[in-house]
Write a protein of this length. Structure first.
Length: 289
């Protein structure tokens, strides 16, 4: 799912109270028209509009609420037109089943949509954000840091000698290496930070409100945790790390430019003999390494 669709979903969720109110007004309006027009005009299918809206916005809660509300409104609107209580009860039950079916289907579609959005933003092997998910979240983090004039650290990781594991022990063992790195990344991050596998053996971290000390601590814990795993499993794999620290993030900063710079720092680390960290700290007063 493209980031634009993800942001659209987020805005729809934020506007849920307004959408819920719109559904209430639609039910009331349709009920009023139903009373005024009488049984000669079959407008009950219009109730499916607020029912679907409520089920989409509020999922099962909305589905149940609007099913009952629409059924009750229809019953009140059509009470005087029925000559038999038995026929009226049967019709109310039929409407309840019809409204409930549409509501349940809509809620299920929303649930499946939410799952599709989440999984489209995740790397299937490691469970970290994939490239799409990373750029969506990290772009928002950079923009927010710029607005608040806060620091941020971007860390780019690449495995050294990873190909040797794949060639000598097979790709299944290589997958285990990637999983262990993802595990080490999670262990050193806060809930607000962002971790991603960008593809192959390249990974990235964004430390929200992360200054130089926070970046040094995170990289240190990550390298230590991963080194323990590689030693335990006998893997000849190390980490080359490029870290870019912005103190603070300035207006107009673009994530794509930061990624290019962090990637270059990572290659500088490889050029220094691998298993190395290169950090660049940048502020409005100074630029240094």
């Amino acid at each position: 799912m493209p980031p634009a669709d993800q942001r659209l979903l987020h805005r729809a969720t934020e506007n849920a109270p307004a959408m819920f109110l719109l559904g209430l007004l639609l039910v009331a309006g349709i009920g009023w028209v139903d009373i005024e027009t009488g049984p000669g005009f079959r407008i009950f299918p219009l109730y499916f509009i607020p029912i679907s809206l409520g089920a989409w916005v509020a999922r099962r809660t909305g589905a149940l609420f609007f099913t009952i509300l629409a059924s009750a409104t229809w019953a009140v609107s059509n009470w005087s037109w029925h000559s038999s209580d038995a026929h009226f009860a049967a019709n109310v039950f039929t409407q309840l089943i019809a409204f409930g079916s549409v509501a349940a289907l809509t809620a299920a579609m929303r649930r499946n949509y939410d799952v599709a959005v989440r999984t489209s933003m995740l790397d299937a092997l490691t469970g970290l954000a994939n490239t799409r998910g990373f750029y969506d979240k990290a772009t928002s983090a950079v923009d927010l840091a710029a607005r608040k004039n806060e620091p941020l650290a971007l860390i780019y990781l690449d495995l050294d000698d990873f190909k040797q594991v794949n060639d000598e022990r097979g790709h299944a063992e290589g997958d285990e290496v990637l999983k262990e790195l993802a595990k080490a990344m999670r262990a050193c991050l806060r809930k607000t930070d962002i971790a991603a596998r960008l593809g192959g053996d390249e990974f990235a971290l964004v430390l929200v409100d992360g200054d130089r000390d926070a970046a040094d601590r995170a990289v240190g814990r990550l390298r230590k945790g991963f080194a323990e795993a590689t030693k335990r499993r006998g893997w000849p794999v190390k980490l080359s790390v490029g870290a870019l620290v912005l103190e603070p993030v300035e207006d107009g900063t673009r994530l794509v430019d930061l990624m290019r710079e962090a990637d270059a720092l990572m290659y500088d680390a490889k050029g220094e003999g691998k298993n190395t960290v290169v950090v660049r700290q940048r502020s409005s007063q100074m630029t240094g390494e």
